[in-house]
Design a protein around this ligand. Sequence first.
Ligand code: OAD
Length: 257
Amino acid sequence: MRSDGSDPIREAARLLADRRNAVALTGAGISVESGIPSFRGAQGMWAKYDPMEYATIHSFMHSPRKVWEMLSEMVSVCGGAMPNAAHKGLAALEEMGVVRAVITQNVDGLHQAAGSRRVIEYHGNLDELICVYCWKRYPTLERWIPGAVPLCDCGEILKPNVVLFGEPIPWLAQEQAEEEARTCGVLVVVGTSAQVSPACDIPRIAKESGAAVVEINPEETSLSGNVIDIHLRGSASKVIGRLIERLKETDDVSPGH
Ligand code: OAD
């Protein structure tokens, strides 16, 4: 509840119910409650691993074994993680006909595990390894074992099929994400600091195309003061849970609508 007595959850639920064709843009914050660390901040991956040394395509091409120290941690943490109430909440909102797609910067596959059907993976997925020399692909679990670097049949060290700094966004994902942003009625931005380009342009594209932009984040972000129409402060699981409760009280939203 705000100091003027208005309730931002109620306002956001009203927007979602009225406009229906919402799209979610998610970042690492949505998976924190699944035990996966985010990137920025004191507990984030980049406090432990300098991204310029561990997360660029340049560093992978020059020192793949070093980059795999960080990648191994990501693969094993993400491999053991389960979707949390926020991932499941977004899948439920899709089922209710409120959210039509999730654009995610995450590479953990937890939206699909929670049951979301239309997921656009903007930065790829850790499930697959690719050889940057002969382009052969493998399921990660087929080639990766903890403590060793995974090798291609051609002998080169494999790279997870995720976007490292300096690599382009997969063409289809970028096209689809921009189309969703241009045509949605509400963009719900969950758990991203919106500091990485071009993903951070998605909220602006949605806004300029007429969408309302709702942010779910316990903190302020670079979007909060300008692009965002409603900031719902709190953890993704709690806020999405409260949004769903409110929507269920609204007559015109029902499961399978
Ligand atoms: P960041 O680590 O930059 O930001 C995570 C955001 O989640 C922050 O704004 C937190 O306040 C918020 N947050 C933390 N806990 C939360 C919770 N329980 N519920 C909701 N929000 C919470 O992660 P991203 O913005 O996803 O890319 O980072 C974007 C990209 O930077 C990543 O995809 C990755 C990284 O470098 C590449 O490596 C190419």
